[in-house]
Design a protein around this ligand. Structure first.
Ligand SMILES: NC(=O)c1ccc[n+]([C@@H]2O[C@H](COP(=O)([O-])OP(=O)(O)OC[C@H]3O[C@@H](n4cnc5c(N)ncnc54)[C@H](OP(=O)(O)O)[C@@H]3O)[C@@H](O)[C@H]2O)c1
Length: 281
């Protein structure tokens, strides 16, 4: 018991006292926020929906007796990203969890360029800006952690989700390189590369969610992997898919993943892409 108390105090000391969690209003980000609060970290909760975040913050504060701060921001807008960083300036942050993200699906000819560019801004540009800012802060305190979100689709091109897969390839590659650059400064970098997870993501991306992992289990496995590895493949599907496809030629992986994506896409017509709403309901 004493040992596990010491271990959790050391964990909090390494990655606390504050963690910034983007995408905390839903899905994997929300479950990671809950997991971190249960470990005693104070939380900055970031997403667009202020009212949802306030409710979540209220429950977390009452359940876990930890402080929270809510920052409503659209991470597709660089002014909002900068405001988030400014509003975290007075806090001793030790962990960034960059879970905010979304995907478009459908044939590239039919997708909307505004969604495609917004997706690059949210999934890549905001992740880069926040990683850059917090890694400098963590280097100054010689400890900290970054958790970024790749995906099984980030290991090859994927038809019907071409730009989404490309954003996730960017994050996976970024995380692997940052893990090398930041290790000497005491910073642990983790890429989480899930398969399908049962969150609002599938609905928003117009995908069926068969054989999806439980977001709580994904969150638990991800947080536990921090400091132990560079990429976590949470859940059975991501392990099977990534590991079994790893030895195939890239072209074959693209064919297989494109087939899976086509079968998961609810709108099967190649000319009909799903437009992800810019503003959440
Ligand atoms: N679910 C899956 O099957 C799956 C698989 C592989 C990888 N991933 C990755 O895992 C991460 C989390 O996905 P999830 O399943 O938890 O998705 P989710 O349930 O749809 O939640 C996405 C979160 O991101 C926030 N968000 C979206 N756009 C935003 C914006 N412009 N500005 C600020 N916040 C924004 C949403 O909050 P608001 O709507 O309140 O802004 C929400 O909190 C994503 O990076 C995703 O690409 C998911």
């Amino acid at each position: 018991m004493a040992t596990s108390n010491t271990a959790s105090t050391q964990w909090r000391d390494r990655y606390g006292p504050w963690a910034v969690v983007t995408g905390a209003s839903d899905g994997i980000g929300l479950e990671i926020a809950r997991d971190l609060a249960a470990r005693g970290l104070k939380l900055v909760l970031v997403a667009r929906r202020a009212a949802v975040l306030e409710q979540i913050a209220d429950v977390i504060e009452r359940t876990n007796s930890v402080e929270t701060r809510v920052i409503a921001a659209d991470l597709g807008k660089s002014d909002d990203v900068e405001r988030v960083l400014r509003e975290c300036q007075d806090l001793d942050v030790g962990l960034l969890v960059a879970s905010a993200g979304f995907g478009t699906t459908g044939n590239f000819l039919a997708t909307d360029i505004r969604d495609e560019v917004d997706m690059v801004d949210v999934n890549c540009r905001a992740v880069l800006a926040m990683s850059k800012h917090f890694s400098a802060r963590f280097a100054a305190r010689k400890k900290g952690g970054l958790i970024l979100f790749g995906s099984i689709v980030g290991y090859q091109g994927v038809g019907n989700a071409a730009n989404y897969a490309a954003t996730k390839a960017y994050v996976q590659t970024l995380a692997e390189g940052l893990a090398v650059d930041l290790a000497p400064s005491g910073i642990d970098v983790l890429s989480c590369a899930p398969g399908p997870v049962e969150t609002g993501f599938a609905v928003r991306s117009n995908l069926s969610s068969a054989q999806s992992a439980d977001p709580r289990a994904v969150a638990r496995e991800t947080v536990a992997a921090l400091g132990r590895m560079t990429t976590v493949k949470p859940g059975i599907m991501s392990k099977i898919l990534i590991n079994s496809l790893a030895f195939l030629p890239r072209r074959a992986r693209t064919k297989i993943l494109s087939g899976i994506m086509a079968s998961r896409t609810k709108h099967h017509h190649g000319s009909e892409a799903q437009r992800t709403p810019q503003q959440p309901a």
